[in-house]
Design a protein around this ligand. Structure first.
Ligand SMILES: Cc1cc2nc3c(=O)[nH]c(=O)nc-3n(C[C@H](O)[C@H](O)[C@H](O)COP(=O)(O)OP(=O)(O)OC[C@H]3O[C@@H](n4cnc5c(N)ncnc54)[C@H](O)[C@@H]3O)c2cc1C
Length: 804
């Protein structure tokens, strides 16, 4: 065995083999994969090998397509067949909600360049004659997808990697990892120690244990999963091609042809966690006992929906474990605080996603950047809140919902509430319907007295529509209160703080008493943050950004290696906040503070530390609604008193509570983009319009060269807000923006603008088409809707109210 390598990949399942191949391909040929048993011996060998391009996130869909297309490449390079069956895929809908979701997938697929088509059930039967039409109302067909041989595919990756110079060591157990002072690793195995610059945890069923080797608790858990292979099905005899792989959402069943028979699998509602505490070391190429008694009712549904399957016997049954993260997407990337330690685990669809994961991870390791936005599979989308208890509740929930379509207005109930702000109970008492962001409960909207605070999951306008409308109107007409505790908050202090911020942020760093909007770029000049910086003193700053991105931003800050005289820490649990917005917000707040809040004395983006009622607070004149507004930050122990004071002071002014839904509407009326939705690491300052906050004349900041180059060449596309002639549903995200029958861009977010009475969509279009009045079409749930670009904000275009 080699005694040193640039990178050691731990685990020879389909994911580890792909990572090895991609590292070698990118030029890191001195790489070693260590596998404790035979290749594929974790969850890979018994997989059903199904592959498809479906994912709620466009970039993951794109990486899934990359994975499927890659198989021909590794077959050619290795000479090893993947036994590809590129049959395509069918998705069957039994309810209007499912049909809506298929239409959304279809609308998204055009920009992704994927061939899809809505079909009638009769048309679907031509692709799969086993379907009993009486159970379904429509279908979606996709050209991409099918199935492959799990073992052949993994060996093809490994052989292709070897061709490029990589090494594979089988039957070698990684026992521990020890980091040297220079950040390199001693990988201790039962056959000796390998010194490696980097290690990658691709340990699949043992990813949790390989995490423990470095003291981290990855949110990953294995579930048992069953499929059956039937005896030959007479209805398939004599056909010249296989049936198309079929997913039956309402039946929670998937089927595909396996020789003359059919492979049928189910994601049952009460799944069984496998090895909840520790994965046995000696488990390899084993199956778990079948549990037909428990699963019979779920397979019965399959036999009803595909009756020919109920008429033949079962040739083989498989029950095997595989791993999931709490939201079902993989965990990929570097881990904060651990130099040169990478993860690529919790991959529940290894044959759809393994290739894409290898691609982005190899770029990240070799080039310092994944090369595209992969926020939704970044390990940093989970933080400290994802404890083993959280994971043990969320993973079974995700498993049970594997084939349930996620509605855009749906909040999943398991492991709630985890993090609660001090006013959680008060907001609930006021009728709040809660969502969870980074584990923290926050209000989405408030049911008025007599209205049940609950909502029917739908792709269309829900019963909350008029309620959110009233919240928006109250803010614009009067004054509203929104809790901002779920924003990401960071304190930066120390003598070197200003210098460090100046290097890390592309914007000018504000003077004491001022706040600045602050884009943050990666070296490639792409947006990794859209935050605000408040300067509280020469060496004291409060940074506020997206709550979802807290761990992502902390990891980013750490990667910039702050000097010893700079202290960066999360204030997520140290500060709570509220936003007071609307024309009467000043009047309200002036009742609680002694400082002069008049327009001349406390201007837009001014910052003061002052008492607000009982609470010592940081007060900023800022907000996200486009109205005159203030944000107030205080510590958790004062927060309930602050809230009570504000409610009391606002009583006779008609203070209204508003939630996240109203905020989404208000901000789009103003044309404000939001990080994670509209602004992500795929986009640049010029494309997002954040270039207006970039201080190009600063001598140095991360991403400066790329940002200057973009400024010189001009952006290729542009973030715009469009008015949409929608009927009863708004855009959700990733729908294609069509021009003359061609997909030219895609939607990043949408909302109904209640105060301007228009449906709004935000997204990116080519720069030449980013003109006021330019017309496009967007397919919303099967209706082609006219969309017209509005370059000026649709509400208060001069910003008079904000500055008022
Ligand atoms: C019944 C069933 C059906 C499935 N069907 C599909 C499907 O149709 N399509 C699809 O895409 N996915 C399917 N999957 C999921 C698929 O199997 C996984 O996505 C995939 O196998 C994950 O691969 P991996 O490389 O991450 O993990 P694993 O396959 O678990 O590989 C991890 C490897 O790491 C090795 N290892 C662990 N610890 C150490 C150590 N300390 N030292 C050395 N080596 C170590 C293990 O021995 C193992 O070989 C199915 C899974 C099951 C159980």
């Amino acid at each position: 065995m080699k005694t040193s390598a640039r990178a050691v990949v731990i685990g020879g399942g389909v994911v580890g083999a792909s990572v090895l191949y991609h590292l070698a391909k990118i030029g890191w040929t001195d790489v070693l994969l260590i596998e404790k048993s035979e290749l594929t011996s974790g969850s890979t060998w018994h997989a059903a090998g199904g592959m498809h391009t479906f994912n709620g996130e466009a970039n993951i869909s794109r990486l899934q397509k990359y994975t499927i297309d890659l198989y021909r490449e590794i077959e050619a390079l290795s000479g090893q067949s993947c036994s590809l069956h590129p049959n395509g895929g069918l998705m069957l809908a039994a309810t209007q909600g499912e049909l809506d979701s298929l239409k959304l997938i279809c609308s998204r697929a055009r920009y992704l360049g994927m061939e899809t088509e809505m079909l009638s059930v009769a048309e679907a039967q031509e692709f799969n004659p086993l379907i009993d039409a009486s159970h379904f109302i429509g279908a979606l067909w996709r050209a991409d997808g099918g199935h492959c041989d799990p073992s052949g595919t993994t060996h093809a990756y490994a052989k292709a990697a070897r061709q490029l110079g990589a090494a594979v060591e089988r039957f070698t157990h990684v026992l521990s990892l020890a980091q040297r002072r220079d950040g390199t690793w001693d990988v201790v195995t039962d056959k000796g120690t390998v010194h490696a610059e980097h290690v990658v945890n691709c340990a699949g069923l043992w990813a949790r244990e390989v995490g423990h080797m470095v003291g981290i608790e990855l949110p990953v858990l294995a579930m048992e999963h069953h499929y059956l292979i039937t005896e030959d099905v007479p209805e398939l005899r004599g056909r010249d091609k296989e049936i198309v792989n079929t997913t039956d959402y309402s039946g929670e069943i998937y089927i595909r042809q396996e020789r003359g028979g059919v492979l049928i699998g189910t994601y049952e509602p009460h799944g069984i966690v496998w090895s909840p505490v520790k994965t046995p070391d000696d488990f390899a190429m084993q199956l778990l006992p079948e549990d037909f008694e428990r699963l019979a009712p779920y397979f019965e549904v399959g036999f009803e929906h595909f009756p020919a399957l109920g008429r033949v016997g079962i040739r083989k049954a498989v029950n095997g474990p595989f791993t999931f993260a709490p939201d079902g997407n993989p965990l990929v990337g570097p881990v904060r605080g651990l130099r040169n330690y990478w993860v690529a685990c919790a991959v529940m669809a290894g044959f759809s996603q393994g290739g894409g994961i290898g691609l982005v991870l190899s770029r990240w390791m070799a080039e310092g950047d994944p090369g595209q936005d992969i926020l939704s599979m970044d390990v940093a989308r989970f933080g400290a809140f994802a404890t083993p208890k959280y994971t043990s509740i969320k993973v079974p929930e995700n498993y049970a919902r594997r084939f349930r379509l996620a509605y855009p207005n749906e909040e999943l109930p398991a492991a709630r509430p985890v993090r609660r702000s001090p006013i959680y109970d008060k907001l609930l008492a006021a009728g709040a319907v809660m969502g969870a962001n980074f584990g923290l409960e926050h209000a989405l909207w408030f049911g008025p007295p007599g209205v049940a605070p609950s909502e029917t999951p739908t792709y269309r306008r829900s019963e909350a529509f008029p309620i959110v409308r009233a919240e928006c109107q109250a803010v614009r007409a009067n004054v509203g209160l929104y809790e901002t505790t779920n924003y990401g908050k960071y304190e930066v202090t120390g003598r070197g703080a200003r210098g460090w911020l100046d290097r890390v942020f592309a914007s000018r760093i504000p003077k004491p008493g001022r706040l600045g909007l602050a884009p943050m770029l990666n070296p490639a000049g792409r947006i990794v943050g859209d935050l605000s910086i408040a300067c509280l003193g020469d060496d004291r700053f409060l940074i506020v950004g997206s709550g979802f991105a807290e761990e992502f931003h902390l990891r980013w800050f750490a990667s910039t290696e702050p000097p010893p005289d700079v202290f960066v820490r999360s204030a997520a649990s140290a500060l709570c906040g509220v936003s007071i917005a609307g024309p009467r917000s000043r009047e309200l707040l002036q009742r609680l503070v002694r400082i002069d809040l008049s327009a001349a004395a406390f201007k837009l983006f001014d910052v003061r530390e002052t008492a607000v009622g009982f609470a010592p607070a940081i007060l900023t004149r800022a907000g996200f609604t486009g109205e005159l507004g203030f944000e107030i930050w205080t510590t958790p122990d004062y927060f309930a008193s602050l809230y009570d004071d504000l409610r009391e002071a606002g009583r006779e002014l008609g203070l209204t509570l508003f939630g996240g839904r109203a905020l989404s509407s208000l901000r789009l009326e103003k044309g404000y983009g939001s990080f994670n939705k509209d602004f992500r690491p795929d986009f640049t300052p010029g494309e997002t319009g954040l270039d207006r906050f970039v201080a190009f004349d600063k001598p140095a900041f991360i991403g400066r060269e790329a940002a200057l180059a973009e400024r010189a060449a001009g952006p290729k596309r542009r973030f715009v807000v469009m008015e949409v002639a929608a009927v009863d549903a708004e855009v959700i995200g990733y729908e294609s923006i069509m021009k003359d029958g061609r997909a030219v861009g895609y939607v990043t977010s949408g909302a109904y603008g209640h105060c301007i009475d228009k449906s709004l969509a935000a997204g990116y279009v080519p720069i030449a088409l980013a003109r006021d009045g330019e017309r496009f079409e967007i397919d919303i749930l099967g209706n082609s809707c006219a969309a017209t670009v509005r370059l000026a904000p649709l509400y208060d275009p001069q910003g008079l109210r904000l500055r008022g």
